[in-house]
Design a protein around this ligand. Sequence first.
Ligand SMILES: Cc1ncc(COP(=O)(O)O)c(C=O)c1O
Length: 415
Amino acid sequence: MTDTAFWHPFAAMGAVRDAEFVITRGEDVWLWDDAGRRYLDATASLWNVNVGHGRAEITEAVTRQMRELATYQTFGDVTNRPARELTRRLAELAPVPGAKIFLVNGGGDAIDTAAKIAREYWARSGAPERTVLISREHAYHGTYGFGTSLAGMPPNRLAGPFVPDVVQVAYDDPTALEVELERLGPERVAAFFVEPVIGAGGVLPPPPGYIERVREICAQHGVLFVADSVICGFGRLGDWFGVDRFGIEPDLITFAKGVTSGYLPLGGVVAHERVAAPFWEAGAPPFRHGATYSGHPTACAAALANLDVMEHEGLLKRAGELEGSMYAALRTLGDHPLVSEVRGGTGVLGALEIDPERRAADAALPAKVAAAARERGVLIRPMISALAVSPPLTLTDEHLDLLTDAVRGALDAVA
Ligand SMILES: Cc1ncc(COP(=O)(O)O)c(C=O)c1O
């Protein structure tokens, strides 16, 4: 293959520049490459093509919208029908009262938006000293300014110095949050960022009771609880916003990915009415934040069509069923000598941890297993120490057999 000018995200370009993997077509859980080979997309692209590929309903909605009004900005008082309809619908689905929805382009800018809303909320509420943002070890919150500073994955913390007043706590221990709040003084803390299930950091479901307890601790100390549901929302955890199943009410929720199933870029922040109040009340000054494509009418039309598909096909319910069957299927690989742990069981998200001793000898093992699975017609995602599985929610039991057969073959080949 000829040298490319395309600088890929998260890529060692020296290796990739003349060895790209060209995807040409997608249909439901299947993808085809430029040589016509077919693959099972067991990662749903990057955890996000929740309704599967090639949905004519979304393409048609996007085409209709493009013919009518393809694009326009929404600064100040300007709006469009799809942005109004989508935010109304999301506000109704969100597990917070009086939800207001800020729209952006993806997860990374949803995180930066939430961080700025949190600090500005306190500045407008007479507590400008509340600036500290807390995140968790292993957290992934995108790669923009605030997200890089919030990152709990050391290799992703690059191009510092970082945003000041950002600290990390253990990912699985509510006491660690309490101790850190005590050390900092809770009156200095603006917000705590929580992925309901940590995704890119390794697929780490929360210990039982963790989410509920840290939500309580935040409430006790007046700290805003930000659920980063960029992966977990829109069916990935079997509910709309990735936190509904824990019965908690966040102050802010970031979302992206599954809201359009990736058909067009879109993300956003849900704000509890209490958090929105200092921005929405009469006489409040403008929040000087937003993007050219905030409320992009065609992206919003894609999201509306995607929500329709999810509702009409009962995909949240389907996700609830797949959660158990996929975890059971992955656990059959737990006896393999290369696999030290199988994680999953909370949502349609799973991971195979590669044996730490074997990985100490060869850090590229996850990438090698993923490459061997690709040769066997299945796409899984290599992470730092594990392999992630996060298929479209339309995956069936017959696909699960194909998945586990190919992954076992790949593990054998690499071992
Ligand atoms: C939890 C979480 N937050 C934020 C992001 C960033 O989203 P994006 O890649 O759309 O910028 C991601 C992306 O994977 C994510 O998993």
